[in-house]
Design a protein around this ligand. Structure first.
Ligand code: HEC
Ligand code: HEC
Length: 554
């Protein structure tokens, strides 16, 4: 049997007869009646049910997950015979199986509301929503609460958007409000969307303040979503006024503008930039620093963590271990990630070892450089910590030098992915020829989106500018939320002429082994790890996407 996995949805191909295929496709366009009485059970198709029964008994987790996915979408497959299996599969060892089982609680709840089975479904949904370490599961239940399952088959609108039973459940409401208020939560975008579509959730007295809390999010698009929602809610609910008034003081100009428009007052001037205290005790405002923050977070800060023959700058230069002058930086968390706030502090702290008038004379640049080098014109300064860069042509030296010369990166820290990994494992993919002798760089040098530059030398060495360009281009075609959905892996595994509805790639399939290729694995790994895990909550997001990969890679 051949199973294709695409977009994290499981699509069956080929193995089933046309009539079963039809049963699946047919159900996608029809939607369940949105009734509030125990719903008219859709006509269950015994042929579909018996096929699914076999699949549910499979030893392969992908097969079980696909069967559950099918049942959740297809009214004709939703036989009461499956209910006990579904509850058992909620405890399956495989995360994909558990999530697809969860997705079935929607129709089960509909059919058995008021009975013990219905109660159990609600309780399960309540507790899944609270599982901060299982983001995929949380996303599944958010879909259920919103009343539209994946693929739009499970629709149960009752209370002005969303599943009436779930939305009116006080425990679920409170959890949603808590998740929205929590600055560590990575589910804010989904919850804001849910609230935008549900007048019932909007009318909860605690909701306006929870939405206002998201105005402080690190992510610009979350702040934008929150202010738009707050403005809409204000139309109906005057108590939102004080919240909009405090939004006038936001540091985000878009938030100030929208709040001012809604209140009908002039747009206030920007508040004074909050100053950060550097690790050497100076108060610095970010705006006053002439170097690029995005470039710093992507390329410079990782150098402080990089192990050079076993030691890294952070081993000696943190505020705790500091016996070494005014170069002080915070150490990252155990996973090697910095939060945005830590990055800001490091950014203003390295100024202490930068010569603003002559940046290229800075101790930050020269201390790690070899003082005795015979190559090039630049000599390092004596450094008790040792020599890290052999000469001025060391790529890490060049990276820092470039930054001090004013190099910029357009991608905001939240969008960046691990650069060291990119350089080591992804860049080589671009210059490795496929069976037809062409490499990505041979065709993509002229593209606007995935614009790739070729190495500067015949030995395949890329200049820093080229690497930075290629890194930046690659970020345009990745989907961090769903790595296997990224164009950068989907295009090179797609045929020249597309199957209907599928994707095509004018360059054809680049990796004969497709998802088994080292290229696919390297890219997926890269996209799946977040350079800036904002919190443990957000790093579980990374974990979750890696899990998808693992199941997709099979
Ligand atoms: C094994 C410990 C150790 C490591 C690792 C280390 N350093 Fe140092 N560093 C020192 C010590 C000790 C001093 C103070 C004496 C000196 O200036 O050489 C120092 C001084 C410095 C200074 C000058 C500070 C001042 O106020 O004058 C800079 C800048 C610096 N290091 C940068 C780095 C960078 C960048 C790295 C990583 C690439 C690094 N160091 C790795 C121990 C270390
Ligand atoms: C023989 C030429 C050729 C090769 C080699 C090639 N591509 Fe493409 N690729 C194209 C063309 C032409 C398009 C634009 C039309 C399309 O989207 O299919 C494209 C489109 C893309 C896109 C969509 C974004 C864009 O820039 O248009 C991605 C992503 C992509 N290719 C990735 C890759 C990767 C990764 C490799 C190497 C593993 C690769 N391609 C190798 C010709 C090629």
């Amino acid at each position: 049997m051949r199973i294709l996995i695409r977009n994290q949805n499981f699509i069956f191909l080929a193995a089933f007869g046309a009539c079963l295929g039809f049963a699946l496709c047919g159900s996608r366009s029809s939607s369940k009646p949105a009734s509030s009485v125990p719903s008219a059970t859709p006509r269950v198709d015994p042929g579909v049910v018996s096929t699914l029964q076999t699949l549910l008994g499979s030893t392969q987790a992908d097969v079980r997950a696909s069967a559950l996915d099918w049942i959740s979408r297809d009214g004709r497959a939703q036989s009461s015979d499956f209910v006990s299996t579904i509850f058992m599969d909620l405890k399956d060892a495989n995360g994909g199986v558990r999530d697809k089982a969860l997705a079935n609680l929607g129709w089960i709840l509909d059919r058995y509301r008021g009975s013990p089975i219905g109660e159990r479904a609600i309780e399960t949904i309540q507790s899944a929503l609270k599982q901060a370490n299982d983001r995929d599961g949380q996303l599944v239940v958010l879909d259920l609460i919103g009343g539209t399952g994946e693929g739009g088959v499970y629709v149960n609108s009752g209370a002005g958007g969303g599943n009436a039973i779930l939305i009116s459940d006080p425990l679920i409401r409170n959890t949603l409000i808590a998740l929205l208020t929590n600055s560590e939560s990575s589910l804010r975008p989904q919850i804001l969307t849910l609230v935008s579509g549900s007048s019932s959730l909007q009318s909860d007295p605690a909701m306006p303040a929870a939405v206002a809390a998201a105005l402080e999010d690190d992510d610009l698009s979350v702040r934008n979503q929150a202010i738009r929602l707050l403005v809409t809610m204000y139309g109906e609910r005057p108590p939102c006024k004080p919240l909009l008034e405090s939004a006038l003081e936001s540091g985000d100009p878009n938030v100030r503008l929208q709040a001012a428009r809604a209140l009908g007052v002039p747009v206030p001037p920007p508040p004074p930039q909050p100053r950060l205290v550097s690790l050497t005790g100076e108060k610095v405002s970010m705006a006053a620093v002439p170097f690029d923050f995005n470039y710093f977070t992507a390329f410079v800060q990782p150098l402080f963590v990089k192990k050079y023959g076993g030691t890294a700058c952070v081993d000696c230069h943190t505020p705790d271990s500091n016996a070494s002058g005014s170069f002080r930086i915070l150490a990252p968390d155990a996973g090697g990630h910095y939060t945005l706030q830590q990055s800001r502090i490091n950014f203003v702290s390295v100024l202490a070892v930068i010569d603003r008038k002559q940046p290229l004379e800075s101790k930050l640049l020269l201390k790690p450089l070899n003082p005795l080098t015979k190559e090039g014109a630049i000599r390092g300064m004596h450094h008790d910590g040792g020599v890290f860069w052999a000469d001025q042509y060391d790529p890490d030296f060049e990276m820092l030098e470039d930054w001090l010369r004013g190099a910029k990166l357009e991608d905001a820290p939240a969008k960046q992915l691990d650069f060291a990994y990119f350089q080591k494992h992804v860049e080589p993919i671009f210059s490795t020829p496929g069976p037809d002798g062409f490499a990505c760089i041979n065709c993509h040098f002229s593209h606007a989106i995935l614009h790739l530059e070729s190495p500067e030398t015949a030995q395949g060495k890329f200049s820093i500018e080229e690497v930075v360009n290629n890194y930046q281009s690659a970020l345009r075609v990745v989907d961090e939320e769903a790595p296997s959905n990224s164009y950068i892996v989907r295009k090179p595994t797609s045929p020249r002429e597309g199957v209907p509805g599928g994707l095509s790639h004018a360059g054809g399939v680049r990796w004969p082994q497709e998802k088994q290729s080292w290229q696919y694995h390297a890219l997926i790994t890269w996209i799946g790890m977040a350079n800036l895990a904002k919190s443990s909550g957000k790093s579980s997001q990374v974990h979750a996407s890696n899990q998808n990969l693992r199941s997709a890679g099979k």
